[in-house]
Design a protein around this ligand. Structure first.
Ligand code: PXP
Length: 300
């Protein structure tokens, strides 16, 4: 039953992001997804045609993290820019999902943002979160499509390093179970390290998001090559174990293409670079420019 629901949700997403002619067909799919009539049966029909939507080799998907829209809003304590409005623009531009991180200190996204996103977005809501009792309670109440479990430190500027799944195996297994009981899929944000990926599978995660930060920070050609090799082999391992493999952190317009070329990676989650670019070209253009790179990278 859980599997079926999960598949349903992801087919809905895949349909929106699948088109060959991105902007034209995205609009069509967007309209379709927002129409209320017959939605489920149409999507289940589509499911038969798109039977390999989570398999490696299909078009890479782009999810957009909108945290920094809220950072700007919070700088003046008002209500604009509205992260929910930003999410709709990202979806319209072709993002297959909206990611937000409800942090313990609420430095950007706040509880009401998550609830409004849940009510209004038409693709997939991926709630990034630490496994504190408070945030778990909120997530179980809001019911995002997906939670991505991350480590969180109060003083950090952004998420530093992946979750240590190995040392928290028992606790994480329980947390995963509680999400599965509510039919919420679970992704673990992990460093590209074999034991972390194997343990993620062992404790029932549906997905892993490979931390691409070390790759993004690599400077010499040698270092970049090593980090890419590491991500490639861990993505292959994840897929061979039956996990869906995503990637994210520190990806930008200059470094995303080699990651997009790794066919075992299903989706990338990008925030900072897209929001920065949006300041100069607008959010819709910024998402579409990134989407082009993500899609063309696959055919390198
Ligand atoms: N994935 C995870 C798990 C993250 O914590 C973040 C940052 O919030 C991202 C992806 C996006 O990273 P960036 O903002 O560097 O694109």
């Amino acid at each position: 039953m859980f599997q079926q629901t999960l598949r349903f949700r992801f087919v809905k997403v895949a349909k929106i992001s699948n088109p060959k002619n991105s902007s034209q067909v995205t609009k069509k799919a967007y309209n379709h997804a927002t129409s209320q009539s017959n939605e489920k049966s149409v999507i289940f029909e589509q499911q038969k045609q798109d039977s390999v939507h989570l398999e490696a080799g299909t078009r890479m998907q782009l999810a957009i993290n909108i945290d920094h829209i809220a950072t700007i809003r919070n700088a003046r304590g008002g209500i604009e820019p509205n992260p929910v409005e930003a999410a709709h623009i990202c979806e319209h531009a072709g993002a297959v999902g909206i990611v937000c991180h409800l942090r313990e200190d609420r430095r950007h996204i706040r509880d009401n943002d998550v609830r409004q996103l849940r009510k209004t977005i038409t693709t997939k809501l991926d709630l990034e979160m630490a496994t504190t009792d408070e945030i778990i309670g909120i997530a179980l109440d809001v019911i995002p499509d997906l939670v991505t479990l991350v480590p969180e430190k109060r003083q950090e500027l952004t998420t530093e390093g992946g979750l240590d799944v190995v040392s928290q195996k028992k606790r994480l297994a329980d947390v995963i179970k509680s999400f599965h009981n509510k039919k919420i899929a679970v992704s673990l944000f992990v460093d590209p390290v074999q034991s972390q990926i194997e343990t993620s599978k062992e404790i029932g995660a549906d997905m892993v998001e490979l931390h691409t930060g070390e790759y993004a920070n690599a400077r010499s050609d040698r270092e970049v090559k090593d980090q890419l090799g590491r991500i490639q082999s861990m993505a292959t391992l994840g897929r061979s174990l039956g996990l869906t493999v995503n990637g994210g952190h520190g990806l930008d317009y200059r470094n995303v293409s080699p990651i997009a070329a790794i066919k075992e990676i299903h989706e990338v989650s990008i925030g900072h670079a897209v929001i920065i670019r949006a300041l100069f070209v607008g959010l819709e253009n910024a998402v579409q420019e990134m989407l082009k790179l993500v899609v063309s990278g696959r055919s390198i």
